[in-house]
Design a protein around this ligand. Structure first.
Ligand SMILES: [Zn+2]
Ligand SMILES: [Zn+2]
Length: 232
């Protein structure tokens, strides 16, 4: 099955009929406070053209309604933990989260992008995605943390670390981890903590039309289980 962009009609079908918010939020021990969407920067398939090349942030209220309304290409959650009830403009503007006085920590994430893996395909195929998943499980196995989840992201895989002490890592410690695991094809900016947004599990990756799917056991992963209904 090809990895093609989803149309607005397909996104609408997905978010109104298939997306399960409860299931999505059950992925987390602590529910994210903020979310963000990209309307269609990569595919240029955009409901509201004014939103091209923009990330749009919002709180957790009415998340599903918003998704049905926005029909985004990508949906993200904010992995930063932050004091206060207001969305922090210092963090938004400077991206210097670790220097913000109200910043409390950040979930540690490794983003293994199939683009970073040598493959025979021109763009993306099941082979390089499989390899990215193997790499994610290898990273997970080598980390000295306990609460780790691996997720198929659409074009690769993510390793999420929910241990408290991982949230507390400083920038230098994260840089060391990014270096240590660089050979697995990770995006170092994500591990170093400069990107606060991570793809929301069980949302639709509209670039490739696949459901972002947590993987409990590597052996049990099946591509057909990541297909949205509109491709079945
Ligand atoms: Zn802040
Ligand atoms: Zn490939």
């Amino acid at each position: 099955m090809l990895f093609q962009a989803s149309s607005l009609k397909e996104r609408k079908e997905f978010y109104s009929k298939e997306f399960n918010l409860k299931k999505s939020l059950s992925f987390f021990e602590n529910k994210p406070k903020y979310f963000a969407v990209d309307f269609g920067t990569e595919t240029k398939i955009i409901k509201d053209k004014k939103m091209d090349n923009k990330l749009f942030y919002f709180g957790a209220k009415d998340l599903k309604k918003r998704l049905v309304n926005y029909l985004p290409e990508d949906v993200y959650y904010d992995r930063n933990i932050h004091k206060g009830k207001k969305f922090c403009m210092f963090c938004l503007k400077t991206k210097n989260y670790f220097k913000c006085k109200n910043f409390l920590g950040q979930e540690l994430v490794f983003d293994v992008d199939a683009d970073n893996i040598k493959c025979i395909c021109k763009r993306l195929c099941e082979r390089c995605i499989k390899k990215s998943i193997d790499n994610a499980f290898e990273i997970a196995g080598r980390l000295k943390f306990n609460k780790i989840k691996v997720v198929y992201s659409g074009k690769g895989s993510h390793v999420h670390v929910f241990d408290k002490k991982a949230y507390k890592l400083n920038v230098n410690e994260r840089k060391k981890l990014a270096k240590k695991f660089s050979r697995y094809g990770i995006d170092k900016w994500v591990t170093e903590g400069r990107i606060r947004l991570v793809r929301l599990p069980y949302s639709l990756n509209g670039v490739v039309s696949r459901i972002v799917t947590p993987i409990e056991k590597k052996e049990k992963f099946k591509f057909k289980n990541t297909l949205p209904k509109f491709l079945k």
